[in-house]
Design a protein around this ligand. Structure first.
Ligand SMILES: [Zn+2]
Length: 424
């Protein structure tokens, strides 16, 4: 009889230096595939090549788990357990944002270089450490004869950075059609953050913000710039933007667990400004796009009303941009489930001694907003220590992850998978 309970601590497994080097090299190999998703550039070919590579270096995983392909390049892996028990899901997207100007990087963004105890390149944190880390963890568990008591699903979408419509959404629809409802999904979105007092806190995000953009338009009479009126289109719009920046939407009423989250406030940010066509002509119109992230407990409609209340007195019109990216803030997931307990225990086992723990809110949108349609609860965590830039480090130039953080990812996933799949 093979064991169904397994403690995956890398320490207790006494992994050799060679084992750890192999983990890091297999992960670094995934960085070499430019699996970029951007509205202006999207080729499926690098995704196919990364899948071939994965099939080769994690062969045991792909020959043991069932694989389905969705939407062109998304992968769903099923590690079958007792079909009468609820499955549990883990998710990691394969795509990355563009690297931008390569010359600004100190290492090739698609070189997969290992230098000074770090792996460098686009996607190292966001989110190939999750993709490779989960596959490595399954490989580790398989090698030790582990069998999950309940089914574990791995969803690897390929277009999270552009909204997830061909990846996570298609996977979700397929699971729905099969009548599958998971007890929870674990995705990216909580990290290890540096505290102002020098400590480190692990944040497990049990909610995420919504997403909505608005067009603000100020109209005025077009005319000759030598005789400007009291109010110009640009001046009116500028007053509205400053008023928005100087006011805050009231905090929503949310469960106590996330009340101390630093990301709770709904944010409003001007991102695209346009007006005018000639230096001596007063424009008849000025526009700005503002991007907002509605807090859990509020809604896109509430944010619209709030923005209107601030800028309408200036004579500015507001319109919701109706695009694929709009999403309502998520529900707040339960902290009383077996999956949450398995997650919290796993986190506390793998973080460095003295690390704090809190539940929180992820300020950006993830694929989990799609998967949440087939999961009772949604949790977001990755045991990566973000630097001073915080979440800004994810899409930055010189994105990189320390080797110890990557090994911690493998350890965390092995620990969590073995723990959560044994319950139920
Ligand atoms: Zn991501």
């Amino acid at each position: 009889m093979l064991p169904t309970r397994f403690t995956a601590s890398l320490e207790s497994l006494k992994l050799s230096r060679e084992d750890k080097n192999a983990f890091v090299n297999r992960f670094a190999g995934t960085i070499k595939f430019p699996t970029v998703s951007a509205p202006e550039s999207f080729s499926l070919e690098p995704f196919h090549r990364m899948r071939d590579y994965s099939l080769c270096v994690w062969g045991e995983v792909f020959s043991t788990l069932e694989m389905e392909l969705h939407g062109g390049a998304s992968i769903l892996l099923k590690w079958a357990g007792d079909p009468s028990l609820e499955p549990v899901m883990l998710a990691a997207h394969q795509d990355v944002v563009p690297a931008g100007e390569k010359g600004n990087w100190s290492h090739d963004p698609y070189g997969g270089e290992v230098f000074r105890d770090r792996v460098w390149g686009r996607g190292t944190i966001d989110y190939k450490c999750g993709y490779a880390g989960m596959l490595e963890a399954v490989s580790l568990l398989l090698a030790r004869g582990f069998k999950p008591r309940r089914t574990v699903l791995f969803a690897f979408g390929h277009d999270e950075e552009v909204g997830g419509l061909s990846g996570a959404k298609v996977i979700t629809e397929s699971l729905k059609t099969s009548g599958i409802l998971c007890s929870s999904v674990l995705d990216e979105g909580g990290y290890l953050y540096s505290d102002p007092d020098g400590g480190v806190t692990a944040e497990l995000a049990i909610a995420e913000k919504g997403y909505a953009s608005f067009r603000l338009v100020a109209d005025a009479v077009q005319g000759h710039s030598s005789v400007p009126p009291d109010k110009t289109a640009i001046g009116i719009l500028a007053r509205g933007i400053v008023a928005l920046e100087n006011s805050f939407m009231p905090l929503p009423d949310v469960p106590g667990e996330i009340r101390s989250s630093p990301w709770l406030q709904t944010t409003v940010a001007p991102t695209i400004l346009s007006s005018g066509c000639k230096e001596n002509v007063l424009p008849g119109k000025a526009e700005v796009i503002i991007n907002t992230r509605p807090s859990p407990g509020s809604s896109v409609a509430e944010v619209l009303n709030y923005v209107l209340s601030v800028v309408e007195p200036f004579g500015i019109a507001v319109e919701l941009l109706d695009n694929a990216s709009i999403s309502e803030p998520s529900a707040v997931s339960s902290t009383r489930t077996l999956d949450f307990k398995a997650l919290k225990t796993s986190i506390l086992r793998i973080v460095p001694p003295g690390t704090g723990f809190r539940c929180g809110v992820f300020p950006a949108a993830t694929d989990s907003r799609r998967y949440s349609m087939v999961a009772k609860n949604t949790y977001r965590f990755l045991p990566v220590h973000l630097d001073q830039r915080g979440i800004g480090a994810l899409h930055s130039v010189d994105e990189s992850i320390s080797i110890s953080d990557y090994l911690r990812c493998v350890e965390f996933y092995a620990e969590y998978i073995s723990r959560v799949s044994s319950k139920g």
